[in-house]
Design a protein around this ligand. Structure first.
Ligand code: ADP
Ligand code: MG
Length: 257
């Protein structure tokens, strides 16, 4: 099977509303000379619209670097990234930032909420930064979707880790982005809260055809995805369609994860 094409296994509803993400010969080197670290060494991969993919691999294999470069949050050393027909790696910084606010949502392991703002202000923040007038009823609706409408006036610090991550999911989904990037979104959560968050992502892919790329080291989290790609030492070494948790564990154990 080619490493650069991923075919969705199940038909998705409204997959035209997602956006394909594609890298070509992506390289990212940190530092120079003898201290240079080659985090990505020529990654060719594409994530079809309306699919949910897990990116796995040992610590330090380049997963976060790949996600950040694909999300336009880090600049590659060589190669290209496309979102649909747009080569984001060719865009000037301002234009890229604008596009990112419209097309992409991000979820991180550490939630990245603003502690001094209320839950609803956190959800509305990206829209405010984009200069959009905030529809507060829509903010409440987004929080209702993650089961937290009644907590909207509180500060994030009063919520549990799982609840904070659900706020981060609501924030990421609020602008209805066509691409969702998540870097170990369940890394700090217990099993049942992880499942809640993963279902929220799965649902967006199934009902709205969003494209979701999620870094995870957890085979159970990866089993929510349609496909698992495995990175080792900055290159793609496996591309699995709907693998069982057992097969994922077997592939990873060979890489000393
Ligand atoms: P992963 O997410 O798979 O654990 P990363 O993408 O974070 O891996 O890192 C890949 C490699 O690049 C590692 O060797 C890491 O130390 C290095 N690296 C990541 N970010 C930086 C940085 N900002 N400066 C220098 N080296 C970095
Ligand atoms: Mg990482």
């Amino acid at each position: 099977m080619s490493l650069s094409t991923g075919s969705p296994v199940r038909p998705t509803v409204g997959s035209e509303s997602g956006l394909e993400v594609r890298t070509e010969n992506l390289h990212r080197t940190y530092g120079r000379g003898r201290d240079a670290v080659k985090a990505l060494r020529g990654v060719d991969v594409s994530f079809a619209a309306g699919t949910f993919t897990a990116v796995m691999g040992p610590s330090g294999s380049g997963k976060s670097t790949l996600l950040h470069c694909m999300a336009g949050m880090d600049r590659q050393t060589a190669g290209t990234v496309h979102w649909g027909a747009t080569e984001i790696t060719a865009l000037p910084e301002r234009r890229l930032a604008q596009l990112r606010r419209v097309e992409a949502g991000f979820i991180f392991q550490s939630y990245n909420l603003m502690p001094s703002m209320t839950v609803e202000q956190n959800v509305a923040l990206p829209a405010r930064l984009a200069g959009t007038r905030v529809d507060w009823d829509a903010v409440t609706e987004a929080l209702a979707q993650v089961g937290l409408a009644d907590r909207r006036k509180e500060r994030p610090g009063r919520l549990s880790g799982g609840q904070q991550q659900r706020v981060a999911v609501a924030r990421a989904l609020f602008s209805r982005p066509r691409i969702l990037f998540a870097d170990e979104p369940t890394g700090a959560l217990d099993r049942s809260t992880s499942r809640d968050v993963l279902w929220l992502l799965r649902e967006r892919v199934d009902t709205e055809g969003r494209t979701c790329v999620m870094v995870t080291h957890d085979p159970v989290a990866a089993s929510f995805a349609d496909r698992v790609v495995v990175l080792a030492d900055g290159v793609l070494v496996d591309d699995l369609v709907r693998p069982s948790a057992a097969l994922i564990a077997e592939k990873l154990s060979g890489l000393a994860c």
